[in-house]
Design a protein. Structure first.
Length: 83
């Protein structure tokens, strides 16, 4: 069997409109939904557990990226107002 290293969440660069963090968030959450839909075809409990862990990881990263985007948007809004 092949061992695959998990990709770590890379630090994000901020953009004025936060499209980067928001699009990565949407991508991870959409991936989690699609993988979860495909999980019904698995018959091995251990495979289901691995996939469920991946889904949980993707959703956690997606929510974290949403918080980053919201924080950046709030920061940009306050910077724009004080300028």
């Amino acid at each position: 069997s092949e061992v695959v290293e998990e990709e770590t969440l890379q630090p994000t660069t901020t953009t004025p409109d936060n499209n980067g963090a928001e699009s990565r968030s949407t991508e991870r959450l959409s991936d989690a939904d699609e993988i979860e839909a495909a999980m019904s075809t698995l018959t091995r409990p251990s495979a289901q557990l691995h996939i469920q862990n991946l889904i949980t990881k993707l959703r956690k990263e997606g929510k974290a990226l949403q918080r980053v985007a919201a924080s950046n948007a709030a920061s940009n809004a306050s910077t724009t107002q004080s300028a």
